[in-house]
Design a protein around this ligand. Sequence first.
Ligand code: PEP
Ligand code: MG
Length: 599
Amino acid sequence: MRVSATQELKLFGIGASDGICIGQAYLVDKKGVDVIKRYVIPEHALANEMNRFKTAVSNADDELHAMIEASPEDLRQHVNIYETHIALLKDKMLYGRILAHIEKERVNAEWALKKVIANIKLMFQNMDDSYLRERDADIEHISELILRNLVGAKQENIADIDRRVILVAHDLSPADTSQINLERIMGFITDGGSKASHTSIIARTLGIPAVMGLETASRKINTDDIIIADGTQGIVIVHPSEKTILFYEERQERYEQHKAIIARDCNITAETSDGFKMKVMGNIELPEEVVAVRDYGGDGIGLYRTEFQYLSRHAFPSEDLLFESYKDVVEVMHPLPVTFRTLDINGDKVLRYSIDNYHEDNPALGLRAIRYCLKHPDIFIVQLRAILRAAVYGNVRILFPMISSCLEIKETQRLLDEAAASLAAENLPHKRDIEVGIMIEVPAAVMMADVMAPKVDFFSLGTNDLIQYTLAIDRGNRQVAHLFNPLHPAIIRMLKRTTDMASDHNIGVFICGEMAGDPLYTPLLVGLGIKELSMSPFAIPIVKQTVRSLSFKECQQFTHDILQLTNATEIFGRLKEKFGGRHYQDADASEEPFNGKTA
Ligand code: PEP
Ligand code: MG
């Protein structure tokens, strides 16, 4: 490896996914089209400039047609919006005016586009006609599309990177991250984000190191710089010296060895010394991750985040495509269960081919998950039918996200019946008699748990969102990441209430939020009597091992005592004091031979 002569530099962030990687940086620059400059076009070049604009519009037109083509037949009505955009592209008010502006003002096409769009938007805003006012978002959309084609800014495609690198980005969306190819991407680091974001969750599922919340990394690192990303400590070292590389290579090896030792016992049941059995399952985002769940001894799939299959595409998947991939997962896991969490679109997981035409100021509190699906039942039904068809091939459970009222449960059950009835009418093999559960991740659901329990077969606690919504902390916001704490007494009390209500009504209660995969919390969760945890596949062996090291009775007493405490620091201290030594800690982490300067 080429070692740089430049002095090494250490950057501090948030350890988002464990492990260490050492290699060349690859800067993902997403700022492409932000800055538009005005320049004058000489008379003789005007025709060329106008043609450049016409070509950009024609390419944008091709892109929109391709998106329509890629949409499945049964969801074609949702691509009306693209038809509207195609019509707007050639609208005289826009197309004609921009060409006239280039010619008359002798300016570049980008500038003319910006000026004309600004005028049209102003005009729309002052109109009484609500239809026209609502076209504002369409205008914005096509303006971006033309602009991208004008400046030739390619949509950065992570899937196209063709060498082994560590990604460096200002930000990565969950959709970007879902394109990561493990043969090429060793790990990633970002300026924004936090440990609870979906982007970091994917890193953990993929088992690659990630450091987030670095603030300035994308400005300080260039493509091809040698960097070390330490996802366990949340540290990045740029231009490391030979000595530092050696030190980290040794740590990397120790970490891998430790993982291998724990993984050796991963198929042994997770049972406490006094006979309490815990099912330890895996969370997956994409069908191919199912292999890791099997390899690491998972007792099933406790959370299949099905929206990622939608996020990694350019158009809605068809029912047959979903069915085939669901069937594969169900067959690989058979006879172990696969829990399909229905689409949790929006919040930070926005589709590229969104069919809605509005802007949300607070997307986490917006039309997300079950709300989105109930607003678009035709999209929802396609997925429900695919799940019911796949259920014929194994052990399937269905899980509805972000439930906050009994009405939502009623409506989802009705749609599930409707999906089953339509399959029956078409004589398509399917299974309706499957377990139906809800995510408990909105405080309202905790408060209503007693009323909701008799209506469903199980609860699955989504601690990531439960913490976000209970403590009013945006889970992706770096500024409040330090406040995101599963040990906040309010959260522990909510877990207690939910498990009590589930046990009163004799239904299952599981945890599939990230809290389940941290062995530090395992004694607390065992003490609450939770019998199933689901986590990133790589965490399964250590959590199983931790369960085996515990006594249920001792955990119950401990949890009882913890519930009397009123502050998170004290609870953390007690956990560390009593159980802290039972999971992996890198003893040498604080002995780095670091002599560079701190950012
Ligand atoms: C959760 O909220 O805890 C959860 C498991 O779902 P997600 O992280 O996908 O929102
Ligand atoms: Mg959630």
